[in-house]
Ligand binder design. Structure first.
Ligand SMILES: NC(=O)c1ccc[n+]([C@@H]2O[C@H](COP(=O)([O-])OP(=O)(O)OC[C@H]3O[C@@H](n4cnc5c(N)ncnc54)[C@H](OP(=O)(O)O)[C@@H]3O)[C@@H](O)[C@H]2O)c1
Length: 379
């Protein structure tokens, strides 16, 4: 499918999704499970200290208290929960991730809300339960910790045997900011987004090597780590797997001053993880040597921008490798959240719309594409 065909399909999908409401069946399922959802009872109840493995102790008796029809909806013939669609959202204890989890749950998707901090994650799940979304369960996930990632994969494999949607949302800014100083600068959103404020913000933003490593390890390697661990269960999706990588407009290739780097990242026929990671090594080297500008790297939030640029490249590599899935990346908009020190202008409800639209794409929908909120855009 070429770019204009995909663009057309994208607009059709947008119109379709504008009318996308929970179906009668979904509403029925919600009401059937609202008070004693087997997933909630089974998994949420064992969350303390849970990294997944303890959930194996869940007794079959957990399911006995509910009606046989809702039990049938929740379980397959092999007697394990079998929701129609199961999603994982990373970094979902707050911000766009939490709202993405909420919107997916409102569409009848069973959501594994993950967070690196157990208390913050379980509080977030509790907040969704309180507004009626009992189809949300918690699992700890620190995308930087391979053991935590393996534990989530093990949990999904054991309890569900498949996964339909992965929203790689967790992100780190890679900088330390003097928040009061930033507020005092009173930068207008246009200057912030266009990059015109690049020089002004240097006075209040500090980035060292460690921050940069954290940023790359969260925004690129973390996504890769989680995706690779969950691909085996995604491949078992019967509804068609979807991967949504939450990127940023800082990722756009036109913002990368170095033409050679731009060309390498755009050469999708020859691109692979090894080439992407070689570029990242070069970036860290230039950062260490104080030669970022000379190296042609973006100077506005350098490690964040680079991490999201390579995330987009990775999205394209994956989409090419797994043509049966819909794998896309999305700039959620300039949303008021902690990651931008609450300088954003959109509400999280708006910011989650793009990720949710891509998570719910119908079969045959676009793949390997970049979206600016809900509109397909140029990489
Ligand atoms: N807000 C915007 O305007 C904007 C624009 C473009 C792109 N984005 C992207 O949108 C995504 C969500 O960000 P947000 O705006 O919602 O910011 P946010 O409210 O600060 O949320 C970031 C989330 O990522 C989590 N996280 C960070 N490191 C993690 C790790 N190692 N393992 C697991 N989770 C981790 C955070 O958890 P803790 O609470 O534990 O720190 C938090 O839940 C990010 O990828 C961001 O880059 C946002």
């Amino acid at each position: 499918m070429n770019y204009s065909e995909r663009k057309l399909l994208g607009s059709e999908i947008r119109s379709a999704l504008a009318f996308f409401q929970p179906s009668a069946a979904t509403i029925l399922r919600h009401s059937a499970i609202s008070s004693s959802h087997p997933l909630t009872g089974a998994f949420f109840g064992v969350r303390k200290g849970n990294r997944g493995l303890r959930s194996e102790k869940i007794p079959g008796a957990t399911f006995l208290g509910i009606t046989s029809s809702s039990r049938q909806q929740a379980m397959g013939s092999n007697e394990r929960p079998n929701p129609d669609r199961l999603a994982v959202v990373t970094g979902a204890n707050k911000g766009i991730g939490l709202e993405t989890a909420r919107q997916l749950a409102s569409h009848g998707v069973t959501v594994i809300l993950t967070a690196r901090d157990e208390k913050r994650g379980t509080d977030a799940v509790e907040s969704l339960h309180q507004v009626g979304f009992s189809n949300v369960v918690f699992h700890q996930l620190d995308v930087r910790d391979p053991a935590s990632v393996a534990s989530l994969a093990h949990f999904i494999q054991n309890q569900f045997g498949k996964l339909d949607i992965l929203v790689n949302n967790a992100g780190a800014s890679g900088v330390v900011v003097d928040v009061e100083g930033l507020k005092a600068l009173n930068i207008d959103p246009e200057s912030w987004l266009s990059g015109k404020a690049t020089n002004i913000v240097q006075a209040v933003i500090r980035q060292d090597n460690e921050d940069a490593v954290t940023c790359l390890d969260t925004n690129y390697y973390g996504v890769k780590r989680v995706t690779e661990a969950l691909l085996p269960v995604l491949m078992r999706s019967t509804s068609g797997a979807r991967i949504v990588n939450v990127s940023s407009l800082r990722s756009e290739l036109k913002r990368m001053p170095n033409e050679s780097i731009r060309n390498q990242l755009n050469d999708i026929d020859n691109l692979n993880e090894e080439k992407i990671e070689k570029l990242l090594d070069g970036f860290l080297e230039d950062l260490k040597n104080g030669t970022l500008e000379a190296g042609g790297w973006p100077m506005m939030l350098p490690s964040y921008s680079v991490s999201k640029t390579v995330l987009n490249a990775y999205t394209r590599v994956l989409a090419k490798r797994y043509p049966d899935m819909c794998i896309n990346c999305v700039h959620p908009g300039y949303v008021k959240t902690d990651i931008n020190w609450n300088t954003g202008v959109l509400a999280t409800e708006e910011g989650a719309k793009g990720p949710v639209m891509l998570a719910l794409l119908p079969n045959g929908g676009p793949s390997g594409c970049y979206f600016d909120q809900t509109t397909m855009a140029e990489y």
